[in-house]
Design a protein around this ligand. Structure first.
Ligand code: UT7
Length: 338
């Protein structure tokens, strides 16, 4: 079908919803699994607990719960969605994509879609892709999901990683804005592919297919050089946000709320401080969810909306750094339908 050119429009997030599985994994639980302590985890990461799926629950299951609510909140039905983008590092299967599975689960019969691999930046990369599709007139109502079942690729004998991650998902509907001032204003996404070895799952792909040996060597789990990722994350969260601010002739004073990827409390507060953002403008909810990878930003946004910290008309800066390395910053004049 030929694409009918449409005038460029501003895209907005018209609704938002999230889902985390009910089961909790607390720091006390982890003390029983590995040589760690509640004090160490709290002090180094800010995390107190994470939500973890039961066996047999995949990313598409979390995505479905969030997506159905987001679509209803936008006053739509699944058949109104024409594009599904799922940012995830833990697809249900390598193929078919989680987007295809989700399309079937929610009955989005008129949507095409795909998975997007950008690790912790998966939601922001999905959002910027959808926003530009909507702005160009190539999509009318896109569904963007950021979600992960990190517990499926975490080694619960490795104390350096198992204390950090949790499971969860968030979904937004992206539509054309009827008010030119409301919606996605600008974004700055970039990658530094030299960072690949600092955070990765070595086996299970085409480079190192699964064998009895790779399983025995525990190569199907997240491996991280925490210090390298930590330093890169603070520096580049600041850098990406600063580029967006400067390009739009704004300063930190103009930002009402900073919603960063929740990887470590110290990274978020460190980047905010460098940007000149006071703590009251920063959302932190890592203590209750841990790092849900592509899920953290929609989960934090949802909390900001529900607690009244993010209101329609506010200027919000989203930011993330993830494996790759992937970096993203998105500036939005917030304005949902409901
Ligand atoms: O979202 C994806 C992006 N990921 C991130 O942004 C994560 C970035 N990195 C981090 O958040 C931090 O580097 C960590 C939380 C992973 C680690 O914190 P750190 O302050 O960088 O600790 P470290 O790696 O320098 O380790 C300090 C000490 C070490 O012991 P020694 O060598 O000083 O004796 C570690 O073995 O802490 C030890 N350690 C632990 N001790 C108790 C590492 N993990 C643990 C643990 N419990 N869970």
């Amino acid at each position: 079908m030929p694409l009918t050119p449409q005038p460029i429009r501003r895209a907005r997030v018209s609704s938002l919803a999230t889902y985390v599985p009910p089961r909790l994994l607390t720091n006390a639980d982890l003390e029983k699994l590995v040589d760690t302590s509640n004090e160490w985890i709290l002090q180094r990461t800010g995390i107190e607990q994470r939500h973890i799926v039961e066996k047999g629950v995949g990313t598409s299951d979390l995505a479905k719960e969030a997506a159905l609510v987001a679509i209803a909140r936008a006053g739509l039905t699944p058949a109104d969605i024409d594009l599904i983008i799922v940012g995830t590092t833990t697809p249900d299967t390598l193929f078919p994509s989680t987007a295809c599975r989700l399309q079937a689960k929610i009955g989005a019969v008129n949507a095409w879609g795909f998975d997007l691999g950008a690790a912790c930046s998966g939601f922001l990369y999905g959002l910027t892709t959808a926003a530009n599709m909507v702005a160009a007139g190539a999509s009318q109502r896109a569904l963007v999901v950021g979600g992960d079942v990190m517990s499926s690729i975490i080694d619960y004998t490795d104390r350096t990683t198992c204390v950090i991650f949790g499971d969860g998902a968030g979904a937004v509907v992206v539509e054309a804005s009827d008010d030119d001032r409301i919606g996605v204003i600008d974004f700055e996404n970039y990658v530094d592919g030299h960072g690949g070895s600092a955070l990765q799952m070595p086996a299970g792909g085409s480079l190192m297919p699964t064998t009895a040996e790779t399983v025995a060597q525990r190569l199907h789990y997240v491996k991280q050089d925490g210090q390298t990722v930590f330093k890169f994350a603070i520096r580049n969260t600041e850098e990406a946000c600063r580029r967006v601010l400067e390009r739009n002739n704004l300063t930190a004073n103009d930002i009402d709320l900073f919603v960063s990827h929740q990887a470590n409390r110290r990274i978020i507060m460190g980047a905010a401080e460098k940007l000149g953002l006071p703590p009251e403008k920063v959302i932190i909810n890592i203590e209750r969810f841990g790092n849900t990878t592509a899920g953290t930003i929609p989960i934090a946004l949802d909390e900001a909306v529900n607690t009244g910290r993010l209101k329609n008309g506010d200027l919000v800066m989203l930011a993330s750094v993830g494996a790759g390395f992937t970096v993203g910053a998105v500036l939005i004049r917030w304005g949902t339908k409901a």
